[in-house]
Design a protein around this ligand. Sequence first.
Ligand code: MG
Length: 130
Amino acid sequence: MKVKNNNVKKILIVDDDEDIINLIRIILENENYTIIGALSGQDGIKMALKEKPDLILLDIMMPSIDGWEVMKLLHTDEQTRRIPVAMLTCKTDVRDKLTGLQEGAIDYITKPFSPDELVKRINKIFKILS
Ligand SMILES: [Mg+2]
């Protein structure tokens, strides 16, 4: 049994595809991260305020409010503006990557990803942040 402690990082995944949330949940819970999920930008913002996650994985392509808009809203709120955001997307366009980094995303994770790649990237993000 894995022991929960205060060093366990909480990651919020915001994606309109529930399968993606569940997949990431399985991969990262196995690495002892705590995972919470939101299926829309609106719910993601609410959950970020309530749960104060250590990292947000944010899908770009979502109905209603897209990931860019969600990140802008998170960054304008004093309570959420310091939470690091990594973009999660199917797009492989290099220009989007540049935009993501310019807009303040800490990383840019392209779907589909291998479990190993995802774990490495998430571990690296927390190493950079620590
Ligand atoms: Mg999507």
